[in-house]
Design a protein around this ligand. Structure first.
Ligand code: ARG
Ligand code: ZN
Length: 426
């Protein structure tokens, strides 16, 4: 999630004062006193006001939908932003009164019961670094070589591996399902949930229904390792990858990163994509200009798998979205995708989870072209293509405490079962 109004950003002269556009920090960004406010935006005038605040560099936009938007306000701008909202009859409440505190509280230190016997460092009580996640899937491949195989599908600009774990019982005729996480750096719940799903598939598949056992899973828990690492070491709310952009495209200012979920080659560059390399939704110079999206494309298209489903985990907002994302339109078979999404939503509630909002991405959330889900559907023709926005609904937003990893994972797994069952019959 980024915000509901980014689709219009290209029509505005972007301020250079937003976080992603500042001089590159070399030590950890401190968010003391930064606040997250939930605003109610019920008409176009409201949206204009918010956009103008954003273009003046007074706020950043976080998650939201068509009627509400979570914004980040710097301490020095609190009064000015509050006045502007009040003068324009925009209702809001303060969700997080000190973002730095929320950041410090979200991720307790990793503790291991019996590390030696486990052979890897992964847990589901803390958010882990990329090295722990790669260590986990490498360990699985070594320990269960008949069942698990790791593919290094490419490397990032900063030379980190991008890895995919294949889990398969090797039966001929299995359908194939792709699951990815961590495409957006700051959405930490996503890799945590995807590794939980991996753990369940490897250690507990016997207790899963038959349709879960006879599937070839291809799972990429961290699609954007450079961004993910940067969100751990420097800036907790970084979204994009970390490749430096051509400064001549942004008035000779050096800005980093492309939004990988605007960089896929289906209707690339249409609504919801920024052309400004300094913006959080910058779509890159061309489809698959980025090493991460290109690696994924080449692996998926170069693998003789019978692809039937695509699931990309993001956060936040609690949505199950299906194509199209580039504009408000649906696929010819959208009824099938809608039915399965509703079943998945019911399974999430049955697992004790909250209500996830369901619908086509562009009309339910906002238009955003170049998404991986649209490419999976439109080009690869994976029938059941979904983006799942995990918890929460904006109480913590991106900074969801690690104590939510397990509940969020259980409900996500319930949704995956429903999608896999549909895939097995497709
Ligand atoms: N929060 C996701 C994003 O902004 C939503 C993507 C939905 N899919 C799409 N093709 N627009 O990237
Ligand atoms: Zn995302």
């Amino acid at each position: 999630v980024v915000s509901s109004i980014t689709e219009d950003s290209e029509n505005f002269v972007q301020s250079r004062k937003t976080r992603d556009a500042l001089e590159e920090p070399t030590s950890k960004v401190n968010y003391t006193g930064n606040q997250i406010w939930k605003t109610k935006l019920i008409n176009d005038q409201h949206k204009k006001v918010i956009m103008s605040l954003r273009n003046q560099g007074l706020i950043q936009t976080w998650g939201g939908n068509r009627t509400s938007l979570d914004i980040l306000v710097n301490p020095i701008n609190l009064n000015e932003v509050a006045d502007t909202l009040r003068n324009n009859d925009i209702l809001y409440n303060i969700i997080i009164d000190n973002l730095q505190q929320a950041i410090e509280d979200e991720n307790p230190p990793i503790t291991h019961d019996n590390e030696d016997r486990q052979g890897h460092r992964m847990t589901w009580n803390s958010y882990h670094r990329t090295s722990d996640i790669w260590g986990f899937i490498d360990y699985l491949a070594q320990t269960f070589p008949d069942f698990c195989k790791v593919f290094t599908i490419g490397q990032t600009h900063e030379k980190r591996d991008i890895k995919v774990l294949k889990i398969s019982n090797g039966k001929v005729g299995n359908k194939a399902v792709w699951i990815d996480g961590g495409m957006h750096a700051r959405e930490w719940i996503s890799p945590a949930v995807v590794t939980y799903i991996i753990n369940q598939l490897v250690y507990n598949l016997d207790n899963e229904p038959d349709y879960m056992q006879n599937i070839d899973y291809y799972i990429a828990p961290v699609m954007n390792p450079d961004g993910y690492e940067y969100s751990h070491t420097i800036d907790r709310i970084w979204r994009k990858n970390r490749r430096p952009n051509d400064p001549t495209l942004s008035g000779f200012k050096l800005c980093y990163g492309t939004d990988l979920n605007r960089n896929f080659g289906y209707k690339w560059g249409l609504g919801g994509t920024s052309k400004d390399p300094c913006d959080v939704t910058y779509g890159g110079t061309r489809p698959f200009s980025e090493l991460e999206s290109k690696a994924m494309k080449e692996f998926i298209q170069g693998t003789a798998a019978n692809w039937k489903a695509y699931i990309s985990f993001h956060s936040y907002g609690q949505y199950i979205l299906y194509p199209w994302g580039y504009a408000s339109a649906v696929t010819t078979d959208y009824k099938d995708l809608q039915n399965v999404a509703h079943k998945a939503g019911a399974a999430i509630r049955a697992a004790g989870g909250p209500t996830y909002t369901i619908g086509p991405a562009a009309s339910t959330l906002y238009p955003a072209a170049g998404g991986s889900d649209d490419w999976a559907k439109g080009v690869v023709r994976m029938k059941y293509s979904y983006t799942i926005e995990l918890r929460d609904d904006g109480r913590y937003g991106f900074v969801l405490p690690a104590s939510y990893i397990q509940v969020t994972s259980k409900e996500a797994l319930a949704a995956v079962r429903v999608i896999v069952e549909a895939a097995s019959q497709a």
